[in-house]
Design a protein around this ligand. Structure first.
Ligand code: IMP
Length: 427
């Protein structure tokens, strides 16, 4: 069972870092296949807390090979800042490899991300402002800069010049900003080439060889299903393929080598940025959940929007990704409630929808139909065996499992690395 994909089910921040970490001892390779430093994993090991934005969380497990795949967009400043921060805390990062085909986030991508958001006003996406969207747009428009371009200065200059020709028109004439010179971009990028060179590889070849040798390769998805460029709540999405198919295109590994698809889902729902969110809470219940679950962004520090669990979304994610196992995280956060509302369907202007509506307007107008499940009062953070959970907590998990169409294999009951109940091994 060597190829394992990990994807978020909802709108991100479900606790994927912890799941990859849980697989740690069995994992030989961890691959990031989409997104960039818009992600944020917090991993707690002992008393130490690590917040990673670009590097895959598997980098924290000794002996694991970490790969940044071709589907990722790389901000070199962030890459080397994270490497240095880990090295200074004694973490070895020498096993990191970066795809020669990954695209580079430059100064002008970050600038454009921020000015276009400001320009959108009320229609803003609420991006992380890290230059993700503009970098993917350049990739699709075939004017992007790739990692391998840094090793041929002539080519690099040509490409940056070509890209800036358009960008500077936009910056100057539409956004009223100063133009960016080719030299400042090229100089900034070339400053990293010596440090980057030893990391760069044909990562598709490395990963396929590893799978041939029987190694366990974990593909760690950034963001989540509802933020996927194709399957998410477009246009309030990120610009990459955050679903299981992206693991294949974003790493150069065939889909038939992906054996297990693990969906990470929180016991309630959160979202950062704009866009529809049917179960969102705007009252003190929401405040309570946000504080208890510590729902503030790892990357931006923004307070996350919070709401109850949405079963049709998990069912949708199971279908889109082909999820074989669910990891249900943060169950302990719900402790103390008398009753827990779970969204089982939507009401759209009087019509019942049992599945996520395909039409965006319907999803915007979806009012959740709730089922009330009994809560529990006991502290569950020390529980390690499913049957030791209070009956109501067991029933909550079993109800979610029945509604999702796939099994709940792991349950998170606390922030520590071992704060989990394993019902079925992931590998
Ligand atoms: P971008 O990825 O910066 O372009 O932002 C697009 C949307 O995705 C915004 O709503 C972001 O808040 C959201 N987003 C991006 N990365 C994450 C993440 O790691 N967790 C949650 N939301 C994210």
């Amino acid at each position: 069972m060597p190829g394992i994909v990990i994807v978020g089910v909802q709108w991100g921040d479900e606790g994927k870092g912890k799941a990859t970490d849980l697989l740690g001892d069995r994992t030989d390779w961890v691959v990031k296949f989409n997104g960039g430093n818009n992600a944020g994993h917090t991993v707690v090991i002992g008393d130490e807390k690590y917040a990673l934005h670009l590097l895959p969380s598997g980098i924290l497990s000794p002996g694991v090979n970490a790969v940044i795949g071709n589907g990722v967009v790389v901000d070199l400043e962030v890459l080397f800042a994270e490497i240095e921060a880990l090295n200074s805390r004694g973490i070895d990062t020498s096993r990191l490899r970066v795809s020669a085909n990954a695209h580079i986030i430059t100064h002008y991508h970050r600038t454009l991300d921020k000015v276009t958001e400001r320009f959108l006003g009320k229609r803003m996406i609420g991006t992380t402002g890290r230059g993700i969207g503009p970098t993917y747009a350049d990739k699709i428009n075939r004017v992007g800069i790739r990692v391998q371009d840094l090793f041929d200065e002539k080519i690099l200059r040509q490409k940056v010049e070509g890209a800036l020709e358009q960008k500077n028109h936009l910056l100057l004439k539409v956004y009223n900003r100063r133009a960016i010179t080719c030299d400042e971009v090229v100089d900034e990028l070339l400053a990293y080439t010596d440090r980057l060179r030893p990391l760069v590889a044909d990562t598709s070849l490395l990963l396929n060889d590893a799978l041939d040798a029987g190694d366990v390769v974990v593909f760690e998805g950034g963001q989540a299903t509802m933020l996927d460029i194709d399957h998410g709540t477009y246009p309030f999405v990120t610009s990459s393929s955050a679903t299981a198919g992206g693991a294949s295109t974003g790493s150069g590994v065939g889909p038939n080598r992906l054996d297990r698809i693990v969906g990470i889902v929180k016991a309630y729902t959160t979202r950062v940025g704009s866009g529809p969110f049917p179960t969102e809470l705007h009252d003190e219940q929401g405040e309570w959940l946000r504080k208890r679950g510590f729902e503030f962004g790892t990357t931006t520090g923004r307070a996350r929007r919070v709401g109850w669990y949405d079963a049709p979304i998990t069912r949708y994610a199971t279908r889109i990704n082909g999820i074989t196992d669910l990891v249900l995280t943060k169950l302990d956060i719900l402790t103390g409630l008398d009753e827990i509302p779970v969204c089982v369907a939507y009401d759209v202007d009087g019509e019942r929808f049992d599945e996520v509506p395909v039409n965006q307007t319907d999803f915007h107008h979806s009012v959740p139909v709730y089922e009330l499940l009994p809560g529990w009062q006991e502290d569950i953070s020390g529980v390690r065996v499913f049957e030791d959970l209070p009956q109501a907590a067991q029933d909550y998990v079993l109800a979610l499992e029945a509604m999702s169409g796939t099994r709940v294999s792991v349950i998170g009951v606390g922030p520590a690395r071992d704060g989990v109940i394993v019902r079925h091994d992931l590998v």
